[in-house]
Design a protein. Structure first.
Length: 633
């Protein structure tokens, strides 16, 4: 058993519910005394009845009444004990879940969430946190109760046949060792199968979620995913079966041992009766005592096994809750932006051995200006945005906020200064008002502010016109508080809701819009574009878009290719330069003409090669960018 984790689990249970824990212990003590007392009462009764016609009716009646009272007390105390355990368990669950998700929320970056090992540990931590404190509390109470039961019966055995106590103690050793091994194997199986179990839930979700239902049906993927789900289910259940088969073998052997010990005890006492040393009541008492000790030992070892299993998982909870910060946060509150945000020679890759995604990016987003970011798919635009939001730290180089490295700022305070719409924005199963208001929790109840943001994103009329206006629940899978079915929005409408959410932070120092128009129809896009242009005027913003016409009026347009800034300037300047931006722009514009005209900007150099990756020291790219961007995606 993971004995080092046990005190921590116990302390947790004590802190979670001190009163209920004490009460539970007191009831447990009382429950421990009852079995031996009941057995003695029965013995006295049996011996009294064995007197035949000389039986003392009054005494026998009292003994019967005492037995009944003891049985009633046993029933009531058991119920009380169960209720108390439930209370303790509930308090523990609330506390451990609270601490777990508080810690999860404190993870500032995204790396952990993209790490399968972390995902496994998180699930194990959930299981361990749920089970361990309860199991260890139960182990404690069971041990105390059963220890008292054992002591009571051992006293009896010492009177009747002392060597039996030694036999029973010896028989307990293999039981304890076997149960400990069982705990190790069970926890090991859970840990080993965690990723498979997660995959199973993933396929389950694919088969049942509304979001995947279309593709699964159109491409006929149901059977395929179903097969995979069953394969995962088979793998996890096979592993469980194997460990439980081992458990059955072990428990079978322990059962044989228990029966053998009980048989020896029985034969010995039969001889005692033959010799006249033991009465009939004494025989009964002896048999009950042996059985009682055996089941008490078995209860303790079985509970120890369960607790051991959970305690191993509990280590995952402790590791997670005690884990150091993934992204060290500074302590200085981020101040209002006055001059600009600068990326200075920023290098970044997602994995230590992965390819560089940003390769020495130098870029200035001046305060009060609108900057457009352009580049082919995979150029690193969204990655750059994620670094600006401090979801990751650059591997080399700095991001400066008015000249101060953002690493010095308290992360939360920096993020409060940023409003953003991400490419993969969220659709919350919540009311329309909440879906917008979540962009600024302080004003989630401010309907006027919510409507203003929605109006800027061109979605106010639609939301106001819903069945219950802004109180309408937007969901395809949940009903609202009054059990009315949720309402669905179209993809473009959801996108505008997401834009509105980012606009809730009206005074954000930096507004980031990553492909805000990708799902919008031409009219909506134009409308939103105009609204956003108005909103962005005089504000600091970074807009990523593949629709280059929406970037024409940006103060500065930056072209990113393979993680490097290869061109920047105003629209007119870049068009006049007739290089990559111009080519990209004209290629896109040609697509709108009836007869596409040949594009005159330079074509890609056949000899151009992707920039080499740094091995030890990053070097700024000395070469001019001469591979033109192919076509707009
Ligand atoms: N979480 C991640 N883990 C590992 N690699 C990633 C991750 N996110 C992006 N990448 C990789 O980083 C590169 C840049 O991706 P990014 O999303 O920044 O490109 P982008 O310029 O925004 O592309 P698009 O125009 O398609 O949105 C891609 O090669 C992608 O595979």
């Amino acid at each position: 058993m993971s004995t080092r984790a046990a005190p921590a689990a116990l302390a947790l249970s004590w802190r979670a519910a001190p009163l209920a824990s004490v009460a539970s212990l007191a009831v447990t003590l009382a429950l421990g005394v009852l079995p031996a007392t009941t057995a003695w009462t029965s013995k006295l009764l049996l011996d009294e009845l064995a007197r035949g016609h000389t039986v003392r009716v009054g005494r026998a009646s009292w003994l019967v009444a005492a037995g009944a009272a003891l049985a009633a007390a046993m029933t009531i105390l058991t119920l009380v004990s169960t209720q108390l355990s439930r209370r303790v368990q509930r308090a523990i669950t609330l506390r451990t879940q609270d601490q777990l998700y508080e810690r999860v929320n404190a993870i500032a970056g995204l790396r952990s969430f993209e790490d399968p090992v972390f995902q496994d540990r998180l699930r194990l931590a959930e299981q361990g946190a749920q089970g361990a404190p309860g199991a260890i509390t139960k182990l404690l109470t069971e041990t105390v109760r059963n220890a008292i039961v054992i002591l009571g019966y051992l006293g009896t055995l010492m009177v009747l046949w002392p060597p039996m106590a030694g036999f029973l103690a010896l028989a307990a050793v293999p039981a304890f060792l076997a149960q400990r091994e069982l705990a190790r194997r069970r926890a090991g199986t859970t840990e080993k199968m965690m990723e498979t179990a997660r995959k199973r839930y993933f396929y389950q979700a694919l088969l049942t979620d509304a979001a995947s239902a279309k593709e699964v049906r159109l491409f006929g993927l149901g059977g395929f995913f179903h097969g995979r789900l069953l394969a995962m289910l088979r793998a996890t259940t096979d592993a469980d079966l194997a460990v439980e088969a081992y458990a059955a073998r072990v428990q079978g052997l322990l059962g044989l041992l228990t029966a053998a010990v009980a048989a020896v005890a029985g034969i010995v006492v039969v001889h005692g009766i033959a010799d006249g040393r033991v009465s009939l009541g004494g025989f009964m008492l002896f048999t009950v005592a042996v059985g009682g000790v055996q089941s008490a030992v078995s209860a303790i070892t079985t509970q120890a096994s369960t607790s051991g299993q959970y305690l191993r998982l509990f280590r995952s909870w402790r590791d997670l809750v005690d884990a150091p910060a993934d992204l060290p946060s500074g302590t200085t509150p981020a101040p209002a932006l006055r001059h600009g945000v600068e990326l200075r020679d920023v290098w970044f890759r997602y994995q230590d051995d992965g390819p560089w995604v940003l390769r020495g990016v130098n870029l200035l987003i001046p305060a009060g200006q609108a900057v457009g970011l352009v580049g082919l798919n995979g150029a690193g635009k969204s990655t750059l945005v994620k670094l600006l939001c401090r979801f990751y730290a650059p591997e080399r180089g700095q991001i400066l906020w008015d000249g101060v490295d953002v690493a010095e700022f308290d992360i939360a305070s920096l993020r409060r200064r940023i409003g953003a719409t991400f490419q993969d924005f969220c659709r919350y199963d919540a009311t329309a008002a909440e879906n917008v208001g979540l962009g600024d929790l302080d004003r989630i109840g401010d309907l006027a502010a919510i409507r203003q943001a929605a109006a800027d994103a061109g979605i106010d009329a639609k939301l106001a016109g819903l069945r219950d206006g802004y109180a309408t629940f937007l969901s395809r899978v949940f009903r609202d508080a009054e059990l009315k079915a949720g309402t669905a929005l179209s993809g473009g409408q959801w996108q505008r809701v997401a834009i509105a959410r980012s606009l809730m932070r009206r005074d954000a120092d930096l507004l980031i819009l990553d492909e805000p128009g990708s799902g919008l129809d031409p009219e909506a896009e134009h409308e939103v574009h105009l609204a956003l242009s108005r909103h962005r005027a005089g504000r600091t913003s970074l807009l990523i878009s593949h629709r280059l016409s929406t970037l024409r009026d940006a103060d500065l347009i930056v072209v990113l290719r393979e993680g490097r800034v290869v061109e920047q300037g105003g629209h007119t300047e870049l068009m006049a330069a007739q290089t990559d931006y111009a080519r990209l722009f004209l290629t896109q514009a040609a697509g709108y003409r009836d007869t596409p005209e040949p594009v005159s900007a330079p074509s890609p150099s056949p000899t151009s090669e992707p920039p080499s990756e740094p091995r030890s020291e990053p070097t700024p790219d000395p070469e001019p960018f001469h591979a033109a961007i192919g076509s707009a995606s």
